[in-house]
Structures are given as structure tokens and as C-alpha cells.
Design a protein around this ligand. Structure first.
Ligand code: HEC
Length: 231
């Protein structure tokens, strides 16, 4: 609770002139809104090229990467781009096969223990945040639907070049690793197993080294200059 956190107490005093029980949800809302206003994401080379029609705003490699993103890579099917804006997420949940191998062989046991603790009033947030195996259940932990097993929400890709490491468990270190993972159909190595709950939208893409490098150049063009400067 922010109210009881010694790190936040002096800052609330400084900004709002209040402390302890005088801190209300209104103060917290204002603080979160102030934080969100710092997350500026527009005006990236992509925005200037795509929406602003500035043909020089993106490099040749990034322009080729955009084509891979839209066509052979099918990235746009989940990381969406609309006609007049681009959030780079469909806000849906998908199992990509990231980190799932860790629990794949133990699902009946793991889910039975999880459901039991849930029925006994156990806190789901605490369970998934304190136990790496339970966190791999993904959306299932929230909705108890087997089709959501190991599924995570599609994240935006804005400023993604600045936010390594990647995926819910931080297991992929670079954008190059991410693109290679997708090209192998959700595998780090060619022979890695695929799980039964993997999204049908993830399958081997057969991207050449050049196409993969171009795709990385495109992802790097999603950085807003204001965001880059604030970091
Ligand atoms: C079927 C939907 C889907 C498709 C297709 C898809 N993604 Fe994703 N993407 C996701 C989901 C879901 C995650 C988060 C997965 C996780 O953490 O387990 C993600 C994560 C990422 C991340 C990591 C973001 C971060 O901040 O950790 C990058 C980068 C990314 N995708 C790029 C791409 C690229 C490039 C393509 C095309 C080659 C692509 N995605 C295709 C759904 C998709």
C-alpha cells in the first residue's frame, strides 16, 4: 500500500502536502496520471513515415522490415496497426510457447494444487507473483479456461528497442533473439518442443537472415524521440 510505504511517504508530502492517512485514492490517481503523461510514444520514425508520409523518416532496411512485419512475418495480426493510429496490440491473450516447457509435463498436478488453493481463498496475484511455475499458467490463472493456458497479453511494441529483456519471463535478451524465436515458430532452438496450447497464429515463418535483420530495423523505428530522451 502506497500509504504505508516509507519510500513514497516523503514524495507525497513534497508533491501533495499530505502524509499518512491523509493520502487518498485521488492523490494516487493524480500520481499515476502524472507518471503516464511521461510515457510519450508518438512521433517515432514509423509515425512520421506511415502517418506523416515522410518518405525519408525510416531507413531502407526499416521499410523492408515493415513489409516483413505485414506479410511473411504476420506480426500485424496480433500487434495491430489501424488506418489512423497504431497501438501495436490487439489486447488479446496468446500462448507463444515462451517458458511453458518448464510446466508442460506437470499440468494436472500444478492446476489441481492451484485450484485447491484458490477455493481455499488463496490470493491469485500473490500466488503467481511468488511462484515462477504458477506464473507460467498465464491467463488461465485468472479465468480457469484451458484455452487460456500459458497465454499472455500481446504487449505494445512502441519503444520496444529500449525495453529489453523480452517476453513475460525476460528470457529473450535482444530483438534479434525475439525475431529468430518467431521465425522458428516459437522455439529458441530448432528442436525445442511445441506445447499443445500454443496459438495457431504462431508457426515457422522461414525468414532469411536479411529479413530478420530488416524486421529488427523496423522494430527499432518504433522508438519515440521524446521517450528516448527521457531515459
Ligand atoms: C499470435 C499473436 C502474435 C503474433 C503473430 C506475434 N506476436 Fe509478438 N507477442 C505476442 C504476445 C502474446 C507476446 C507476449 C508473449 C509472452 O510474454 O509470453 C508478444 C511479445 C512480443 C515481443 C516482446 C515485447 C516485450 O516487451 O517483451 C516482441 C518484440 C514481439 N512480440 C514482436 C513480434 C514480431 C516481430 C512478430 C512477427 C514476426 C510478432 N511479434 C508476432 C503476440 C504475437
Amino acid at each position: 500500500m502506497v500509504r504505508d510505504d516509507p519510500d513514497y511517504q516523503p514524495r507525497f508530502k513534497e508533491v501533495f502536502g499530505v502524509s499518512g492517512d491523509a493520502i487518498t485514492i485521488e492523490h494516487v490517481k493524480q500520481a499515476i496520471a502524472a507518471f503516464e503523461r511521461t510515457l510519450i510514444s508518438g512521433d517515432s520514425p514509423f509515425d512520421r513515415w506511415y502517418f506523416g508520409r515522410d518518405r525519408k523518416a525510416m531507413s531502407e532496411a526499416a521499410i523492408r522490415g515493415f513489409k516483413v512485419y505485414m506479410e511473411q512475418g504476420r506480426c500485424v495480426s496480433c500487434h495491430t496497426i489501424a488506418e489512423d493510429h497504431a497501438l501495436f496490440t490487439d489486447n488479446r491473450f496468446n500462448n507463444l510457447n515462451v517458458g511453458f516447457e518448464r510446466i508442460a509435463g506437470r499440468l494436472p498436478k500444478l492446476t489441481a494444487a492451484f485450484e485447491k488453493s484458490k477455493r481455499a481463498g488463496g490470493n491469485v496475484d500473490v500466488a503467481v507473483l511468488s511462484n515462477a511455475n504458477l506464473s507460467e499458467l498465464g491467463r488461465y490463472a485468472v479465468n480457469d479456461q484451458w484455452r487460456s493456458m500459458g497465454a499472455f497479453k500481446t504487449p505494445t511494441l512502441r519503444n520496444v528497442a529500449r525495453t529489453a529483456p523480452y517476453m513475460h519471463d525476460g528470457s529473450l535478451k535482444t530483438l534479434k533473439d525475439v525475431v529468430s524465436f518467431y521465425s522458428k515458430g516459437g522455439r529458441v532452438k530448432d528442436k525445442d518442443p511445441i506445447n499443445a496450447y500454443q496459438s495457431s497464429g504462431i508457426r515457422p515463418l522461414g525468414l532469411s537472415d536479411k529479413q530478420q535483420a530488416d524486421l529488427v530495423a523496423f522494430l527499432e523505428a518504433l522508438t519515440s524521440p521524446a521517450y528516448a530522451k527521457s531515459k
